[in-house]
Design a protein around this ligand. Structure first.
Ligand SMILES: [Fe+2]
Length: 285
């Protein structure tokens, strides 16, 4: 088939317009287009349903990202969770901390107890080497001002009705602060939930006693090539576990894509908040 000059110009123009439209969508539409991801996890140590709102990777840097977090909180609370968790990366880098993050988090903590673990961006060894805070002082002040209980290699026993829930937060593995000794052995009937920013830390706690690890960090890859489902950018060693709920060694890994982004782009990988129901196996049957 002979391609005319006019046909060539028309085709090239169409391709350029499609490229620009995709770029605008990737930058301005999808990063703010939250979705809700829901899952039910049957767990033997539960005697009643425990609903968890799982937020992660807020990456608050400016007004727009703060509004997205506010929106995620508003949507999440509609599901009436028993408690909420935030698995790290409240901010992106040290120079751009948004002081209104604390008051926004207060909206969530006024409604439900909120527990958190730190991410690699919040401060510490990795952040200090990548333009962020060398320690957690600044972000801790903001987050605790918001009423969030941050658990770094520490845990609490939280009661949801008659259900006892052991919630343990691990330090970040890239900050070299993930200590498996923080995961306690437990009595029968205690549901054990780990908060760990980076799902790779599962390998560090493989010999410990827990039911489900809640993680973020991957952002789901942020960019997923359509049809091929290829994710070129996934910052984990074990790329089998990127987003969603997985069975792993008789336990669960629940990895959320997170609310925020870095570099401000997403394609075919919408930001999300996750609502997880941890239920007795009989309730799920
Ligand atoms: Fe992140």
């Amino acid at each position: 088939m002979r391609i005319t000059r006019r046909g060539f110009i028309r085709g090239a123009g169409g391709a350029a317009a499609a490229l620009v439209a995709t770029g605008l969508y990737t930058r301005f539409v999808e990063p703010a287009w939250l979705r809700v991801s829901r899952a039910t996890l049957p767990i033997a140590s539960t005697t009643q349903r425990v609903r968890v709102l799982h937020l992660s990777d807020l990456h608050v840097t400016n007004e727009a990202s703060l509004r997205l977090v506010e929106h995620a909180i508003e949507i999440g609370l509609r599901f009436k969770p028993d408690f909420a968790v935030v698995t790290g990366d409240f901010i992106t880098a040290g120079e751009a901390v948004e002081p209104r993050l604390g008051p926004v988090l207060q909206v969530l903590t006024a409604a439900v107890p909120v527990f958190a673990s730190w991410g690699n961006h919040d401060g510490g060894l990795w952040a200090g080497r990548h333009g962020g805070f060398a320690d957690l002082t600044t972000v801790r002040r903001l987050v605790e001002q918001g009423g969030v209980r941050v658990l770094e290699n520490d845990g609490v026993v939280h009661h949801v009705g008659v259900q006892r829930v052991q919630i343990t937060g691990l330090g970040d593995i890239w900050a070299e602060r993930c200590d498996p000794r923080a995961v306690p052995s437990r009595e029968p009937g205690v549901l054990s939930v780990l908060l760990s920013h980076n799902p790779d830390s599962k390998a560090v706690v493989t010999d410990r006693d827990w039911d489900v690890m809640l993680s973020g960090h991957t952002h789901g890859g942020q960019l997923i090539v359509p049809l091929l489902r290829v994710r070129p950018f996934v910052p984990v060693a074990d790329r089998r576990f990127v987003d969603g709920v997985y069975r792993w060694n008789g336990r669960y890994l629940a990895i959320t894509r997170g609310v925020g982004t870095i570099y401000g782009v997403r394609f075919n990988c919408r930001p999300e908040l996750s609502v997880l129901d941890l239920v007795p196996p009989t309730a799920a049957a």
